[in-house]
Design a binder for this molecule. Structure first.
Ligand SMILES: [Zn+2]
Length: 414
């Protein structure tokens, strides 16, 4: 048995009045998902454990069967993996935005739509002036970069800059966590207070340096937004994750297909081959056909493939109802259908699962950590009574309501 999980990021939704009280999955034309639900078995899954934010990195890690309490280290280490930075045991890696501040306030988390080529110049400049044996900046994508602190302590509280637009930045500086055991358990590292002080000092000095960089002087002259402060958040240590092959010996080799660096990072730590598909954008204009072909190709050599499509999440964040409906229909007709039609007659059985990681409702425009509907199909599966794939129909699915790693355990049992 080979297995493929097809994940529509943020695809689930809440009832929408404009759609007569239906959810987008209920309203969209998606004959392929409905057929698989009808012929297969359905259920719902809790993807976000208590105490965790309903982020994609959390939900996707849980769907792959990992215990977040054991492996979760935040975005920094996942992005380090996707950038190709091999973390040492004493490294602390933290996402480092380059943001825009004006009049003492955070104006945007994205540095005025900073582009990667410009960012690379700024990151090199920061390394020249602030880099040391302890501190290193690494260029990522657009406004999203990485700060690595040797011996940094993860027990600090940071403010995600996208959560604080138009707020004063000074009160949002890094603070030590007030947990008792964090200080003495990690003697070789800086204390949380020392780490917070170090990062806050870097923030202040980055502002002085960036204010006089030619890139920002040119932006200022044109009256455009400057990329004038670093803003680190969501850091952690090298995750101690077993690979999926160690967790599930039935898997001999696997692959991940995603345009998103966080998901690629999870895949890397999970021991999956990262397949980059040309034209995969993370948006509704992504190369669905290319991803389908890559998945089919991967299924020829691997026995586990995780295909992640970001587009629905972005449409949800934009509050764009029509676009989100389209992303569901594209996923159905341009990705799931070609995979199904290719593999359904293979001699080697292929088991297909379809699910989102969380809700990104078009009217709320933020992630919501409610249970998500899922379907599982393979040739010869005993169907349940569910006739359509959506949040409401799947309540009656024969898998019932599963929690976290129970989905992967069930999927691997088949
Ligand atoms: Zn997501």
């Amino acid at each position: 048995m080979k297995r493929v999980i097809i994940l529509g990021d943020g695809m689930a939704d809440l009832p929408v009045e404009r759609l007569g009280g239906k959810t987008l999955l209920q309203y969209a034309h998606k004959p392929m998902m409905d057929q698989l639900a009808k012929e297969g078995r359905c259920g719902r899954l809790v993807t976000v454990p208590e105490g965790f934010p309903p982020g994609s990195e959390v939900a996707n890690t849980a769907i792959l069967g990992y215990d977040l309490n054991k492996v979760y280290e935040g975005r920094g280490p996942l992005e380090a993996a996707s950038i190709g930075y091999e973390m040492a045991d004493d490294d602390f890696a933290i996402r480092c935005n380059i943001i825009t501040i004006e009049d003492g306030k955070i104006i945007t988390h994205n540095g005025g739509n900073l582009e990667t080529d410009d960012a690379r110049v700024l990151i090199e400049y920061l390394n020249e002036h602030l880099g040391s044996d302890r501190v290193r900046f690494i260029t990522g994508i657009q406004y999203r970069h990485l700060l690595v602190i040797k011996g940094g302590n993860k027990h600090i509280v940071c403010a995600p800059p996208h959560d604080h637009p138009n707020e004063e930045w000074r009160p949002l500086l890094v603070k030590p966590e007030n947990s008792e055991n964090s200080e003495n358990s990690e003697n070789s590292r800086l204390t949380p207070q020392q780490t917070a002080d170090l990062i806050n000092d870097l923030i202040l000095r980055s502002q002085e340096l960036l204010a006089k960089h030619p890139y920002n002087l040119a932006k200022a002259a044109k009256g455009e937004r400057q990329a004038n402060s670093i803003w680190p958040w969501s850091g952690g240590y090298r995750p101690s994750m077993e690979t999926l092959m160690q967790q599930y010996p039935e898997i001999k080799s696997g692959a991940v297909i995603s345009a998103v660096d966080l998901i690629q990072g999870i895949g890397k730590y999970a021991g999956l081959r990262i397949i980059k598909v040309p034209g995969a954008t993370g948006l509704a204009d992504t190369n669905y056909e290319g991803k389908a072909l890559a998945a089919i190709d991967a299924l020829r050599q691997d026995d586990f493939v995780f295909v992640h499509v970001e587009a629905s999440d972005e449409a949800g964040h934009d509050g764009d109802l029509d676009l989100k409906l389209k992303t569901i229909e594209y996923l159905d007709q341009r990705l799931i259908a070609p995979i199904y039609h290719e593999v359904k007659d293979w001699q080697d059985d292929v088991c297909i699962a379809v699910l989102p990681d969380h809700l990104t409702p078009v009217e709320q425009r933020i992630h919501v950590g409610q249970p998500v509907p899922f379907l599982i199909w393979h040739r010869g599966i005993e169907p349940d009574d569910v006739q359509e794939y959506d949040e409401v129909s799947c309540v009656n699915g024969s898998y019932g309501l599963l929690r976290l790693n129970e989905f992967m355990n069930e999927f691997m049992k088949i």
